[in-house]
Design a protein around this ligand. Structure first.
Ligand code: GRF
Length: 221
């Protein structure tokens, strides 16, 4: 017997290329998807990701942070919009607002983020420029459960890419983004299949075929 589809809500603020990767793997047009995207929520009415979702026939909503006096009010409105859909997991895919502790607590181990660096290195913004500045030889991205401190929480999966001597912020960023588009669907699929659990603040993957890491194109062009 197949398990019911995991209902997810995806939160975005902008272009939504990660959202697109998730639509491509789990959207309404995909047969036998283990996931149903029940909502795409943006805090910005002009986010291109909303167009991507509409094109795919996925319900969208905008909760504009500017309409709220404080973060608790904004997060409360988002929480209500998400819960109305029956979503079981909230996915941050380029969502650029900090969430309140209350919102995060309400979705404990049910809130995941993708960060464009190998955490715990390079938390925060401008990760590619900072990786180049630090001279690291490898960089990448991380999918993790969200905890109140920014860019912390149990690590579900990471993908590694090489840093090349002639890299610019842009070229390195594009390489990481391509890795994000592979890693994020893979991590969400593991969750949907019930293969991810958190023990002592570490995420354990119950899948012999995928231990949570991808080495992406380490030698290729
Ligand atoms: C990605 O690099 C993601 O890791 C970060 O924000 C960016 C969003 O890009 N959290 P997109 O909107 O998915 O194209």
């Amino acid at each position: 017997m197949s398990r019911p589809k995991l209902k997810i809500a995806i939160l975005i603020s902008g272009r939504g290329s990660n959202l697109q990767a998730l639509i491509d793997q789990f959207g309404p047009q995909v047969a036998n998807s283990p996931i149903e995207i029940v909502l795409v929520l943006s805090n910005r009415p002009d986010a291109f990701g909303l167009t991507r979702a509409e094109r795919a026939g996925i319900p969208t909503v905008t909760v504009d942070h500017k309409a709220f006096a404080d973060r608790a009010g904004f997060d409360g409105a988002m929480d209500a919009a998400i819960r109305k859909t029956g979503a079981e997991l909230v996915v941050l895919a380029g969502f650029l607002r900090l969430l309140t502790d209350g919102f995060i607590a309400g979705w404990h181990d049910k809130l995941v983020n993708i960060h464009p660096a190998l955490l715990p290195s390079f938390k925060g913004l401008h990760t590619h420029a900072r990786a180049l500045e630090a001279g690291v030889r490898f960089h990448g991205c991380t999918v993790h459960f969200v905890r109140p401190d920014m860019d912390t929480g149990p690590i579900i999966a990471q993908a590694v890419v090489p840093v090349r001597p002639d890299d610019t912020e842009n070229s390195l960023g594009l390489r990481v983004l391509a890795a994000e588009h592979r890693l994020f669907p893979q991590a969400l699929r593991l969750i949907a299949e019930g293969k991810v659990r958190v023990e002592n603040e570490r995420a354990i993957i119950d899948d012999a075929a995928f231990a949570g890491g991808i080495l992406y194109n380490p030698l290729g062009a």
